[in-house]
Write a protein that binds this ligand. Structure first.
Ligand code: ZN
Length: 457
């Protein structure tokens, strides 16, 4: 699965692994054995009655109880028949703008971003990819602070943004992104009107050490200019030569074949309607291009979310009340007559072609599309449309990690980071059991969920 252009990423990862392991050693060399549990490993397999040994923030070994020799002097934890799965990964979000009592550029900053990442951890997420709406240098400082142990939360990955000049996310969001650029003095978006401008901007981004570029290609419902094929092709080509992955906002089928030919890495708003045909699905699979269907965003106002304790437990009471009132007075909501059938057919077509469907939510891009919570809803939608719970979990763990270059995360495998969730009931019986979180561990350390919950209410 490795391609040549991933080599710089692997080098960066090796350095990162080394740094993180060194930090973890100071917190505990003692091995901890987790046993009497089922382990969903994140690569499509399940280990019933398994054991997992964690040491220095990493998974030391994992296997069946019968065939595993436990290390001497280890601390043993009896999980009493619970289920363990890898920490989840959200491959499409926008951190920093959502502050629950309000949304916008005025909230963007270190404090709110750390809160957002802790919220992800409360929901069992170990990493989140924020797609083209962050000042990369600031995000990197916040991620460095996490690695130094200043706070515990989901790992943060960010992308540099590119679009036709003066453009980017939808008009409402764009104004806020530009306001953050102005306040921080750091670039978030770079414009390109020609192929050469595209290449030049990619070289500039490569010099900053960015590993990802997010491009906006479609016309956002006729409100913005489309990015021409020669521009996105040049961007993708130049990015490949720098080992940078290009992830795409493209909500219509029309430019998907051109983008596939251009060699992009993934679709962050992958269209899965009837117009995405078998040939397109096959081309995505052959080129190992992943697709984030991002369906929960469209279904956001269809449920009375205020009634769900999995959300209201970590929101201020005033926000819960506002959510309830907004739902009760909503103008129109709900699917059109062919919505469900179109999705089912499209989803089945992608699955039949073995396209890598990856979990992403676009959480934080609009108000009230909440971090972490949105991911559990997306898992439920995946199963509703035809995935088995095991397939849905792989899409949100091992497969997401692979496509984001997180080779040290996503599966419960010896040598990887000990990022995992302990569940009180098995999600293989009901995908909604991913919500029955007993505890969350990041790099081997328990995340204090009750402390977060108290500050969040
Ligand atoms: Zn987005």
């Amino acid at each position: 699965m490795k391609t040549l252009f991933e080599a710089p990423l692997l080098l960066a990862l090796a350095l990162l692994l080394h740094a993180e392991a060194a930090t973890a050693q100071s917190t505990g060399e003692t091995a901890v054995v987790y046993q009497n549990a089922s382990f969903i490993t994140g690569d499509g397999s399940v280990l019933t009655d398994g054991v997992m040994v964690v040491r220095a923030g990493l998974i030391d070994l994992i296997g069946s109880r019968a065939s595993t020799t436990l290390p001497a002097g280890a601390v043993s934890v009896d999980l009493q028949g619970r289920t363990v799965m890898p920490a989840l990964i959200d491959a499409h979000a926008h951190i920093g703008y959502e502050a629950y009592t309000g949304w916008g550029a005025e909230y963007y900053g270190q404090q709110n971003i750390v809160e957002n990442l802790q919220r992800y951890a409360w929901y069992g997420f170990g990493a989140v990819f924020s797609a083209g709406s962050d000042p990369v240098e600031l995000a990197r400082e916040i991620e460095a602070a996490r690695q130094a142990g200043d706070y515990q939360g989901a790992r943060l990955l960010v992308a540099s943004g590119m679009a036709p000049p003066g453009q980017g996310p939808n008009a409402a969001f764009l104004a806020h992104v530009l306001a953050v650029e102005e306040r921080t003095g750091q670039r978030i978006l770079r414009g390109a009107a020609t192929a050469e401008q595209g290449r030049e901007a990619v070289r500039e981004i490569a010099a900053t050490g960015s590993r990802f570029i997010k491009i906006w290609v479609d016309d956002r419902g006729g409100t913005q200019e489309k990015m021409p094929a020669e521009v996105y092709s040049a961007i993708a080509d130049e990015a490949r030569s720098h080992g940078i992955r290009v992830l795409v906002h493209q909500q219509a089928a029309e430019d998907m074949p051109g983008l596939i030919d251009a060699g992009i890495s993934g679709f962050l708003h992958g269209r899965i309607g009837p117009d995405v045909d078998e040939a397109m699905a096959r081309a995505m699979a052959e080129n190992e291009i992943f697709l984030v269907p991002n369906l929960g965003l469209g279904e956001l106002r269809w449920e009375r979310l205020a009634d769900d304790p999995f959300l209201s437990d970590v929101l201020p009471a005033a926000v819960v009340q506002r959510l309830g009132e907004a739902f009760d007075t909503r103008q129109s909501a709900g699917p059109g007559p062919t919505y469900e059938q179109d999705l089912r057919v499209g989803f089945a077509r992608l699955q039949a072609a073995s396209v890598d469907i990856v979990l992403g939510t676009d959480a934080g891009a609009v108000r009230d599309h909440f971090f972490g919570y949105a991911g559990h809803r997306e898992l439920e939608i995946f199963v509703r449309l035809g995935m088995t719970p095991l397939q849905a979990i792989s899409a949100a763990t091992g497969r997401a990690a692979h496509h984001l270059g997180l080779e040290d995360a996503g599966t419960l495998t010896a040598g990887k980071r000990a990022d995992f969730i302990v569940l009180d009931a098995s999600p293989l019986e009901d995908i909604r059991n991913t919500r029955r979180i007993h505890s969350v561990f990041l790099a081997g350390d328990a995340f204090d969920r009750s402390a977060f919950q108290q500050t969040a209410q």
